[in-house]
Design a protein around this ligand. Sequence first.
Ligand code: NDP
Length: 310
Amino acid sequence: MSIAIYTKNVKQSQKWKQILRSKLQNEKIEIYPNITNFDSVTFLVCWKPEENLLRKFSNLKAIQSLGAGVDHILDHHIVPSHIQVSKVVDNNLSHDMWEHAMSIILSDMKNLSIHAKNQASKTWKYKKYKRIKDVSIGILGMGIIGKYVAMKFANTGFKVGGWSRSKKEIQNVVSYSEDSGMKSLLLDSDYVVNILPLTKETKGLIDHNFFSNMKKGSYFINIGRGRHVVDADLLSNIDIGHLRGAALDVFQSEPLPKESPFWNHSSIIVTPHIASLTHIDSVYPQVIENYLRLIKGERLLNLVDLTKGY
Ligand code: NDP
């Protein structure tokens, strides 16, 4: 039994190797592609594995994603059902997602970018601002992160609704499901925050039909995945004035290509997939715990349902 680490960032792979080595002294831990015996690898710790990587490990039993998403694995690999796939679950990650969305919403409510532009031309100009108690937020995806974000917004005093496959019971958060629920949520929300996982069902879900159902003058925030969104439909809905703008952290292709119209759009904020980052120090215990569980033949923590894709 041995552990293989795969990331595209050499320093990150080395840091993972160092920390796993310090806690699992007797185990063989190697960084791909420097694997002495591919057949002995049972546990793969990875982020964005290259195409066909999994096929190289004939005895793989578990895959540990180094982030909350697993689309980077499931999108271009068929994972046999006997392999357990686990994702990262971390309160810090959820909290960072909330802080990111909160910063955008507060800045927008208080017109900070407009005042910054006015400052550049020494223009003294009032603009009506919004108050938290009058603002409604719709969250798409009420999983580990979505639920946390929804509760934080609700506790701060916003009106909050959340959409998911199954209904949830969360204090001060209205739960919606199915297409009809999505429509009601969009119609009610001043800000819509996407925190869905990328699956066959959610790819391209946020299209013209979706944007048309959003309230006129509302604002879209994407911290889920770029491929949830039909970019042309987002742009046209902003350009006709139906949406007031968007803050995008994730894109169809990353890094965002230089020729993307998002870069120069005055109503779009671009951030480089930074809403939350996996902090090794915070998540390594669950990776180690999963390896120990694998050795003991136990069910891993934070397992992904391969049939659902999240
Ligand atoms: P979870 O798997 O815990 O939750 C997913 C949620 O989406 C669940 O509530 C689920 O519904 C809902 N859902 C999934 N498919 C559908 C569907 N077809 N229709 C309606 N609802 C659906 O995910 P996490 O909260 O851990 O993470 C969410 C995503 O956030 C990640 O997959 C990743 O893409 C993104 N992310 C982005 C980061 C960034 O920096 N921008 C950082 C971290 C994560 P139900 O509860 O009923 O199953």
